[in-house]
Design a protein around this ligand. Structure first.
Ligand SMILES: Cc1cc2nc3c(=O)[nH]c(=O)nc-3n(C[C@H](O)[C@H](O)[C@H](O)COP(=O)(O)OP(=O)(O)OC[C@H]3O[C@@H](n4cnc5c(N)ncnc54)[C@H](O)[C@@H]3O)c2cc1C
Length: 498
């Protein structure tokens, strides 16, 4: 990767023409889209109110073709954006109007499933759930389980460091990736990480996981597989209020039990899920918890007794144990369909994603309720209660003048609450286009400048997913305005501006 750079050039029609010609020499016709109508298919990800039509879409068949696309972009200084399945909720895969969208949907090979060392090697476009499907006959599964797991790609999971209901016990994507092949923004193909434990040197794989496609494009991932548990029990518990459900969650974790999942939904979210999936959640509940325990039969039995007791002590009025896999799937369907289900009770909504310390759950939910009351904007809450990852769904009707702005305001105020309570502006959906403006609420200018130095080290010309993650794009070589002289990190000999 180069370390020196002039200011990033602006892509122009000649650049795109040159890249198109270069790409057509290596990628078959069906993988190169330049027709305006077809390009519009790719104009947004899951954050559908942000739309940009890309100048060119390329769907390579393999890592060689993908690297050639990036090399052509590098040569002509044309920006590119990687896209997996386009389910991202923060606009990370939003195209660049003068750039190339590189889609991995034809790179879906599961190259290896190795039971002996509990790992699989997969291409970036492989669907998350397909890894589990391939590993199950061997007695294993892929633990990170975003609710979108039936459609989202492993490349997208790596780029977003995605989580899911079972990450409370098993950790996020970062905990399940051993190494990745990666095309750097100059088109060089490198392997990051190692399958051996504790490799010396900088953790560059760690830098790439969660970098939202701003450091390059992942072309192959070696993931860890997790042994299927001997026993799984899923309990649906109804509470009169979110306060009581939150207190039960804290009490369970305080005993030392780490359930595979503890998910919470409030009254409005329950209403939506019930309308969409008839999932049989308890009537009249102010909140439900979906608690899953897994492990050996002995451990699960012992923990289950404690969980039932603690829920009872914190005011639960109904507890239903899933009777079989079909019943378990129905309980989970209510939870996993919750985002889409909210469309049943509101024409428009914002899916927010923030994190707070679990112990602040009750207080923050109270403050969100107060925000909702004072603004008149309804908020449904669905979240990974076990790890304090909130997903408030801010409801509005875009046909009502000012409703969208009011919802945006409430949504931003919720993030301020998360920061105030020591949390973060995103738990798993990423920053992307949507939350770049909130980064300065969480980080100082110096923090952001330091992150930019990392970005510049990988991508000195700023062509890899530009405009995402950071509030104002600073170019490599551009000394930030506020620092008239050297940056404090430079003065300390800890960093240099390229
Ligand atoms: C209904 C629903 C439920 C969801 N639930 C969850 C959840 O529980 N947990 C969670 O974490 N997320 C969730 N998400 C968000 C989303 O599914 C995840 O962020 C997912 O990992 C995105 O994968 P994707 O393939 O769709 O990526 P895309 O949306 O295509 O891209 C996401 C980002 O990754 C980058 N990218 C994609 N592929 C590559 C690659 N090969 N190399 C480098 N960068 C790449 C893109 O540039 C972009 O910045 C949900 C989304 C929906 C719609």
């Amino acid at each position: 990767m180069a370390a020196t750079a002039p200011a990033a050039p602006v892509s122009d029609a000649a650049g795109i023409r040159a890249v198109t010609e270069a790409v057509r020499r290596v990628v078959p016709d069906e993988g190169v889209i330049s027709d305006r109508t077809r390009l519009r298919t790719y104009e947004c990800d899951g954050l559908a109110h942000h739309r940009v039509t890309p100048a060119l879409v390329v769907i390579p068949e393999d890592a060689e073709q993908l690297a050639a696309v990036v090399r052509a972009c590098a040569e002509h200084r044309v920006p590119y954006v990687a896209r997996g399945s386009g389910t991202g909720l923060s606009g990370g895969a939003l195209p660049h109007a003068e750039g190339v969208l590189v889609v991995t949907s034809r790179m879906r090979a599961i190259t290896e499933v190795r039971r002996a060392d509990q790992r699989a090697v997969v291409e970036p476009g492989v669907i998350n759930l397909d890894v589990t499907r391939a590993a199950t006959p061997e007695g294993y599964y892929f633990a990170p389980d975003p609710s979108s797991q039936q459609i989202c790609s492993i490349g997208g999971n790596v780029a977003e460091n995605s989580g899911g209901a079972h990450c409370l016990k098993y950790g996020f994507t970062a905990h399940h990736v051993l190494s990745a092949d990666f095309v750097a923004p100059d088109g060089e193909h490198v392997t990051l990480g190692t399958t051996a434990p504790d490799a010396p040197g900088y953790d560059l794989l760690g830098a790439v996981i969660g970098s939202e496609g701003t450091l390059g494009v992942v072309t192959s991932v070696t993931v860890k597989l997790t042994r299927l548990p001997q026993e799984v029990r899923t309990l649906l518990v109804g509470f009169p209020s979110t306060d009581q459900a939150g207190a039960a969650t804290s009490a369970i974790i305080a005993t030392g039990i780490v359930p595979a999942a503890i998910e919470m939904m409030d009254e409005l979210a329950i209403e939506a899920a019930e309308a969409a999936t008839a999932c049989g959640y308890p009537d009249g509940a102010g909140a439900v918890l979906v608690i899953e325990l897994d492990g050996s039969v002995h451990d699960v039995e012992a923990e289950f007794d404690d969980v039932e007791r603690l829920c009872g002590e914190h005011g639960s009025f109904e507890q239903r144990l899933a009777t079989d896999p079909v019943d378990r799937a129905l309980i989970w369907k209510g939870r996993k369909s919750a985002f889409a289900a909210v469309g049943r009770i509101s024409p428009d909504y914002i899916v927010q994603d923030g994190v707070i310390p679990r112990t602040a759950l009750g207080e923050v939910l109270g403050e969100i309720a107060e925000l909702s009351r004072s603004s008149g904007v309804r908020v449904a809450n669905v979240f990974h209660a076990g790890d304090g990852n909130l997903h408030p769904l801010v409801l509005f009707d875009d046909s009502v003048e000012g409703a969208g702005e009011a919802a945006e305001k409430v949504s931003g105020a919720i993030l301020d609450l998360c920061i105030k309570h020591g949390g973060s502006i995103t738990g798993e959906h990423g920053v992307g286009t949507d939350k770049a403006k909130y980064m300065p609420r969480m980080y100082s200018d110096d923090d952001l400048d330091t992150m930019q130095l990392v970005r510049c080290a990988f991508d000195p010309h700023g062509i890899s997913n530009p405009g995402k993650l950071f509030p104002t794009p600073r170019l490599c070589g551009e000394v930030p305005g506020r620092h008239k002289g050297a940056h404090p990190l430079q003065e300390a000999g800890l960093a240099e501006v390229f």
